[in-house]
Write a protein that binds this ligand. Sequence first.
Ligand SMILES: [Zn+2]
Length: 314
Amino acid sequence: MKCPKCGKHEVSTGVCGVCFIAEHPPKVKPFTLTQSKDGRFQIKESWTKDHEEPLQYEIRKNLNAAHPLTVKKLVLTSSEADEKDVSWTANAHMDYLGHEHQVQLSGMAPIKGVITLEESRRAGNAYQAVLQLREPMLLDEIEKTYVSQVRKVQGGFDVYLISKSYARQCASNFKNKGYITVESTSHGGVKEGHEVTRLYIAVKKPHIEPGDILNVEGRTYMLLSLGSTSKLVDVANRRERVVSKPNIMKADVIAKRRELEEVTVASKSPRGVDVLDGKYQSRHFTGEYPLLKEGGKALLLRLNNLAYLLPPIE
Ligand SMILES: [Zn+2]
C-alpha cells in the first residue's frame, strides 16, 4: 500500500521513512569538546591531535533517533574549528524498517580548555589540591580530566586534582548539596625556587542522627529516621513528613538528641498526656500524641521557653 501520509512511497505498515523522519527528526544533544593547553583534543580517556575523530565520536554518541530508526553510519562531512567552537555538518545513514535513509545534521560545539595531567606534571605540579571525600558516592561527580590520582582511605577517598579552582568548584557544588567542606592549605616545599602550596578540602556529611531537632524550611522537626528519604515529625503539631536526602542534608541542627530529656508517659488519653520527669515531677501536655505509649518513654524538648513532647528514639 501507499504511505497514508504522502501517498508516494510503498509501505507495508505505518508511514514511510521520509514521512517518519520529517515527523521525528534525529537530533544531536549539545556536547562540548575538550582541548588541552597544547592543542590536543580528548577522545574518551586519550588525546589526539585532530578534532575530527573526537567530534565524530561525540556526534554519534549524542545522536538520538526515534524508534524504529537506527543509525548505521555517521560521516562527518565538514568541520571548522576556531579557538572557541567547532562548527560541523554530518551525514547520518539510518535504517528505517530495512530501508536506508540519509539525514543531514549540523551543529556547533563549544571547546573547553583544560590542563592535562601530563602538562601539569611537566609544569611540576602533579597535583594542586586534594579533595578528602568522606562520602564515597561523591567520587562519581568528579570529572576525570582533573584527577591525577585517587587513593582509597578509611571512610572514603582522597582525590588528587590538578586544579585548585576545579577543587573549589567541586567543594561549592557539594556545599550546595548540604555537605560540610573544610578548607586548608599546606606547604609542599620549594620547587625550582617557587614555594608549592597545596589546597586540601575535606568533604563530610553533616552529622545528623535520628532524635536531632532540625529546622527544615522554617519549621522545627525531630528527625525520626535517616535514609534515602527521611522521616520527620513536626514538634508543634506532631504531623509526620517525609523529606528527600539532599533536603535533609541542608537542614540546620537546632538541638542534638542528647540534649533532650527522657521522660516517662504516666497516662495518655485523647485529650492529652501526663509525663513524669527524672525528678518525678509531672507535666501535662494537651493534644493527641499518636507516637507515644502509656508506660513508655518520651523525649522532652525545651525551646524558646516552650516545652514539646516528642517520641522516643531507639
Ligand atoms: Zn510518506
